[in-house]
Design a protein around this ligand. Structure first.
Ligand code: ADP
Ligand code: MG
Length: 634
């Protein structure tokens, strides 16, 4: 070994220590994936070299074939991976093999409970990566040199995976990275050609560059040649360039883990070659679960961009709208220039048309998933439904397509499950129904018993129950679906259209007329608190209810704005009463105006509570109620 200089010992970032610990405890049943991860990194490193060499061909240093070599030593119990990719400088080594750049990692790890700590799926969200080497090795050494730096600027990194790593500057003749795994004594089975070959075939066949293993003598008698010969064990061609019919599901799945830096299988994928005015191939995946940083602004997103098979950049987020940011995959264009930059990408009209085509592909893939596999779609919805709800606001052109993919809880669905689609709702609408009814609120528990639903229950009409924070905002962008308009059942003057017969309507008008006097009395008791008082046609069991004015902000939006410190425009509710209710009859008969006032205020406050709102003056409510209780018991 060459001379080491500038030797120092550094500590891992706390998150790395936690992750290392968790990984060793959760991935013991799937140890062999360490090889997949290290090969994936080597392949990325070669991609980066190819890309940088477009502008600086001298980085190729003589131009040996780009490849990955995996070798082993049974006696020494080591497995070694070597690539001639981009390599790392000293600073890069410290940053990449000592820290985790993803923000939010620390919080995520801190919040994991005992059981979760053993859950390999949760750990898998990080894309297990380089540190998985420590699942099988008790010491890992990395020898690396950044392409373009001199042989004297090589780096030797080594660690036992505990709290620190050592780093030193060394001589390294070739650019690229060599990783030596000193296997734990229980894991020496990996120092075996047959075993390594199988693992590579299983997980890394799709890697586009050759992965070589030492050629072993066909039988013991045959003499080993003086110089080691190597043979390629993988297919070594870019998976997306192959015809769909020739790629097996398992290959698509393993490729996903590589491009998606994921640990689990994807839910679905779509592989397409486009020819004609624009030529490109795309391979898009829906992941199996949401990453922990799905809602973080600066979280990485976007596709891997290739131009004519040359890797250009990661996280090209110009090809899909924000509400599809969870999609992973590759796009390989024949039209873009090899020296395209992010800045140009943002302005290029070619990108715009690719973006709209790729968006359609994703929506079609989701439609297919929804039609083909209800269980899988449920999983999709649980993970990404909230993000998809951003779609109608962001993507006007595809509003209807996105709306068709939305799922809601409903009075006709399973308790609290978001599983009813709009097409399904429409298919079972009542005769004469031409609207899609919905009610939004804080939580499922709160809306499912709302008095607003009484008349719908009586008539057997389905109502969608919208309880996600984003729902009211979403509904401000959705006005109709398939020619049916949406109606918020808590809003305005409920008109059930043909669902009420002419007799019903006539009767309603008569009642309203007969109770005009009561309405006025109530209005003067409630004063400025309400915009209007009127007879309700929504109630069967409750005495009174508050409706939101047609143009007013709903409660959810009001609460969101208030929470974010914004000034919320004042709006007054409409107080509707149920003349058939015994309490209202009693009120109507009340002669004492003070008592009438107290009862009315109690009813008003109760209606606010039932709607999930908070009371402006809770103490006054309690006082009035207690006064009444005292009178009753007197
Ligand atoms: P990820 O691949 O998701 O970025 P990893 O933990 O697998 O995370 O790798 C961390 C980083 O270490 C990589 O992003 C890369 O910068 C660097 N790295 C790992 N292996 C190599 C390699 N063989 N050559 C060059 N850089 C590497
Ligand atoms: Mg990796």
């Amino acid at each position: 070994m060459s001379v080491e200089t500038q030797k120092e010992t550094l500590g891992f970032q706390t998150e790395v220590k936690q992750l290392l610990h968790l990984m060793i405890h959760s991935l013991y049943s799937n140890k062999e994936i360490f090889l997949r991860e290290l090969i994936s990194n080597a392949s990325d490193a070669v991609d980066k070299l190819r890309f940088e060499a477009l502008a600086k061909p001298e980085l190729l240093e003589g131009g040996a074939e780009l490849k990955i070599r995996v070798s082993f030593d049974k006696e020494a119990k080591t497995v070694t991976l070597e690539d001639n990719g981009i390599g790392m400088s000293r600073d890069e080594t410290i940053a990449h093999l000592g820290t985790i750049a993803k923000s939010g990692t620390s919080d995520f790890l801190k919040n994991m409970t005992g059981d979760q700590k053993k859950d390999s799926h949760l750990i898998g969200q990080f894309g297990v990566g380089f540190y998985s080497a420590f699942i099988v090795a008790d010491k890992v050494e990395v020898f690396t040199r950044r392409a373009g730096l001199s042989a004297g600027e090589g780096v030797h990194w080594s660690s036992q995976g505990e709290g620190n790593f050592e780093i030193a500057t060394i001589e390294k003749a070739e650019r690229g990275t060599r990783i030596v795994l000193h296997l734990k004594s229980a894991e020496d089975e990996f120092a075996d050609g047959w075993r390594l070959r199988n693992i590579i075939k299983k997980y890394s066949d799709h890697i586009a560059l050759p992965i070589e293993l030492p050629k072993e003598a066909a039988n013991e008698a045959e003499e080993q040649p003086a110089e080691q010969e190597w043979e390629t064990v993988n297919r070594a061609s870019a998976l997306w360039t192959r015809p769909r019919s020739e790629v097996k599901d398992e290959e698509y799945q393993e490729f996903y883990k590589h491009v998606g830096h994921d640990f689990e299988n994807p839910l679905s994928w779509s592989h397409n070659k486009v020819e004609g005015k624009l030529e490109y191939t795309s391979l898009l995946y829906v992941p199996g679960r949401a990453p922990f940083d799905l809602y973080q602004r600066e979280a990485p997103r976007g596709l891997k961009l290739y131009v004519q098979r040359v890797f250009i950049m990661d996280q090209a987020d110009e090809f899909l709208p924000l509400y599809l940011r969870f999609i992973k995959g590759v796009v390989d264009s024949n039209d873009l220039s090899l020296n395209i930059s992010r800045e140009i990408l943002q302005k290029d009209p070619v990108i715009d048309s690719m973006k709209s085509a790729l968006t359609k592909r994703v929506l079609d893939m989701l439609e297919k998933l929804a039609k083909g596999d209800a269980e899988q779609y449920k999983t999709f919805w649980k993970n990404f439904g909230q993000v998809l709800k951003e779609g109608p606001a962001e993507d006007f052109a595809n509003k209807d397509k996105v709306a068709g993919l939305l799922r809601f809880a409903s009075t006709a669905g399973t308790e609290g499950e978001q599983e009813v689609g709009l097409a399904e709702y429409i298919a079972r609408m009542k005769e004469g129904q031409d609207k899609i009814y919905y009610l939004s609120g804080e939580s499922y528990a709160q809306v499912k018993n709302s008095p607003h639903l009484e008349v719908f229950r009586k008539k057997g009409i389905e109502v969608l129950l919208l309880t996600d924070r984003i729902d009211e905002w979403l509904m401000s962008y959705l006005t109709e679906f398939d020619g049916k308009s949406f109606v918020d059942v808590a809003r305005g003057d409920l008109d059930l259209g043909k669902l009420d017969s002419d007799e019903d309507k006539k009767a309603q008008e008569e009642v309203a007329k007969a109770k005009e006097g009561l309405a006025e009395r109530l209005k003067s008791a409630l004063g400025e608190q309400v915009a209007e008082v009127r007879v309700s046609h929504r109630l069967t069991d409750s005495p009174a209810i508050l409706a939101i004015g047609e143009q007013d902000l709903g409660m959810q939006m009001r609460q969101i704005l208030e929470a974010s410190g914004q000034k919320v425009p004042e709006s007054k509710p409409i107080f509707e009463f149920n003349p058939a209710h015994p309490l209202i009859e009693r009120l109507d008969a009340e002669q004492d105006e003070d008592r009438f006032g107290d009862l009315t205020h109690i009813l008003f406050d109760q209606a606010a509570l039932a709607a999930g709102d908070s009371l402006k003056d809770p103490a006054a409510y309690v006082q009035r109620l207690n006064k009444l209780l005292v009178e009753m018991s007197a």
